[in-house]
Design a protein around this ligand. Structure first.
Ligand SMILES: Nc1ncnc2c1ncn2[C@@H]1O[C@H](COP(=O)(O)OP(=O)(O)OP(=O)(O)O)[C@@H](O)[C@H]1O
Ligand SMILES: [Mg+2]
Length: 302
């Protein structure tokens, strides 16, 4: 969801050895990457599906690093026509990775243009698609929060599909410790556990809390993240023990006050929170907590 920024980039693992968790995905990728390297060919196209902040961009850039090839990065939301796509294809080199984030946002016309590019490494251009141009063999990596929104033929052209899962607390705790280390902070084991429990199974959230606790600790003149520091910092920023935030509470209050099933649009209007955050961050969490339900008539308290 394009929320990657320089803050998280310094903490982003660059190769598979520093990617923690998601073993099922990473192990399978290692095998296919080794095979591609042995054959000297491009890795087959991959689709990564998962909630925001679970590591789609991280894994995609690490794939290029593991393959030892260059990567071009585009966002489906910015490619409004084939014209916007062309510069990437013109710069494509043999075995390179073409990463398209939020790939479900590509217009159908662009999806259709990509079919022969992906399948036969050929693009059909000209007013009647009468000119066919050969492309270097490349690897398309698509990242999406909604694999279900890709058209079937497009979905089918990705040979490998990977579904990223929420992270367990043990793995998150390791990610938290690694991130604290990268930020030159000491961290107590119980403080790492504390942060991991507030992280909603999501590395990006974990890293955000680590960074806030670092700021808080330094302000108190300490280079160590202790359990007490984490507790205090989280109270100040409204992150509860189970990871609920001010936004979750705003949402719950709005739904309670509304008093009947509410649609997504209504909730956006009532809370002033953007649609994607409600749909992909707040609601999945509240559903896991058993606090709300999505019904055909709208969202309700449960
Ligand atoms: N498996 C992992 N091990 C260690 N750190 C990770 C892992 N996955 C993600 N991270 C950390 O979480 C941050 C967010 O991950 P990333 O940007 O890859 O998520 P994303 O799935 O692309 O999210 P979005 O859907 O918002 O684009 C990264 O910058 C990285 O620091
Ligand atoms: Mg991303």
């Amino acid at each position: 969801m394009g929320r990657g920024n320089c803050m998280s980039n310094e903490l982003r693992p660059v190769n598979f050895d520093s990617i923690l968790g998601q073993e099922n995905v990473v192990d399978r990728l290692r095998i296919s990457i080794n095979s591609a390297k042995v054959r000297g060919e491009a890795l087959s196209h991959c689709l990564l599906d998962g909630a925001p902040g679970l590591g789609k961009t991280t894994i995609s850039t690490a794939i290029a690093n593991e393959l030892g090839v260059g990567i071009q990065i585009a966002n489906g939301g910015n490619i409004r026509s084939v014209k916007n796509l062309m510069p990437y294809l013109m710069k494509m080199e043999e075995n390179m990775v073409f990463f398209i984030d939020e790939i479900h946002r590509l217009p159908v016309s662009v999806e259709e243009f990509l079919y022969p590019c992906m399948e036969d490494f050929r693009m059909d251009v000209g007013s009647d698609n009468e000119l066919s141009m050969e492309l270097p063999k490349f690897t398309m990596i698509g990242a999406t929060t909604e694999a279900g929104n890709l058209s079937r033929p497009f979905f089918d052209r990705f040979t490998f599909k990977y579904q990223l899962k929420l992270y367990g607390q043990d793995v998150l705790s390791k990610i938290v410790s690694a991130s604290a280390g990268k930020l030159n902070m000491k961290i107590m084991p119980n403080a790492a556990t504390n942060i991991s429990m507030r992280s909603r199974g999501t590395p990006r959230i974990a890293n955000g809390i680590v960074q806030w606790c670092r700021d808080y600790a330094l302000d108190k003149g300490s280079q160590t993240l202790s359990n007490t520091i984490v507790d205090e910092a989280c109270v100040l920023s409204g992150i509860s023990k189970n990871g609920s935030t001010e936004q979750d509470r705003t949402y719950m209050k709005a739904l309670k006050k509304f008093g009947r099933p509410a649609g997504l649009k209504t909730l956006v209007d009532l809370t002033n929170i953007d649609k994607d955050t409600i749909q992909y961050v707040i609601e999945p969490f509240l559903m896991r907590q058993g606090l709300i339900k999505r019904t055909p008539r709208g969202r309700v308290l449960s």
